[in-house]
Design a protein around this ligand. Structure first.
Ligand code: CTP
Length: 211
């Protein structure tokens, strides 16, 4: 449809492979991103969900693109970003990947005790650099300490309109159905949400970031 408003959401972890049977990743369940995709669809937006490996079903009516590595996620996000009015990065992108990918399974007696890592691209940072005035960009900060201060730095550095701050101490936010968030805007607004289920939270976040 011609006048559809596009919404682009990333969710879940990325996997960074050492060889065909081993990878580095994190426990992100994708629940927050999938809840946002459902909520955005319910509001009549045309939703593209770029998802790392999770066990959740594709939300009805949402266009889901499955990716694996940070590089794959970056490519797909970059393709869809220009057409997106509202972009939300909830994905737990691995910041590093093994320097060398071994085409063949490394035999156990040959696995090095030290795996050399190199930095992955910061997807949100690059989206922020290309953001137009008519686009809204939202990030999710995963923090274990100094949550608000760290999130405010990310809000500025990545040129975001909003950032939602997650406490990921002990993986509680990653795997739980509930979450406790603070949403901060680039205009200095700060909204603290009580702990509640991610589906209700997703609706409240959308009400604020895309009224
Ligand atoms: N992000 C991204 N690409 C990365 C790392 C993070 O796009 N390589 C995005 C996440 O999807 C999230 C935001 O940046 O929306 C903040 O992610 P977070 O993990 O909290 O912060 P980092 O930028 O990775 O910084 P640090 O690890 O130092 O906290």
């Amino acid at each position: 449809m011609k006048n559809e408003v596009h919404c682009l959401i990333s969710a879940g972890p990325t996997r960074e492979w050492l060889d065909p049977v081993r990878f580095i990743s994190n426990p992100s369940s994708g629940k927050m991103g999938y809840a946002l995709a459902n909520a955005a669809k319910a509001r009549g937006l045309k939703v593209t969900l770029v998802s790392g490996p999770v066990t959740l079903p594709c939300p009805t009516g949402v266009d889901r693109i499955l990716v694996n590595t940070a590089f794959e996620m970056q490519e797909v996000m970059g393709q869809h970003f220009p057409a997106s009015s509202l972009t939300i990065m909830t994905a737990a992108v691995c910041d590093q990947r093994p320097k060398v990918f071994h085409e063949q399974k490394i035999k156990k007696d040959k696995v090095s005790e030290i795996i050399e890592l190199v930095p992955n691209p910061d997807i949100l940072l690059s989206l922020g650099k290309h953001k137009r005035i008519d686009q809204i960009l939202v990030g999710f900060a995963a923090e274990t300490e100094n949550h608000i201060a760290h999130a405010k730095i990310k809000l500025q550095q990545k040129n975001l309109d909003w950032i939602a701050v997650n406490d990921v101490s002990g993986n509680q936010a990653f795997e739980s159905d509930d979450n406790q968030l603070t949403l901060i805007s680039n205009h200095g607004q700060s909204i603290i949400f009580e702990k509640e289920d991610k589906i209700s939270l997703a609706k409240k976040i959308l009400d604020l970031v895309y009224p």
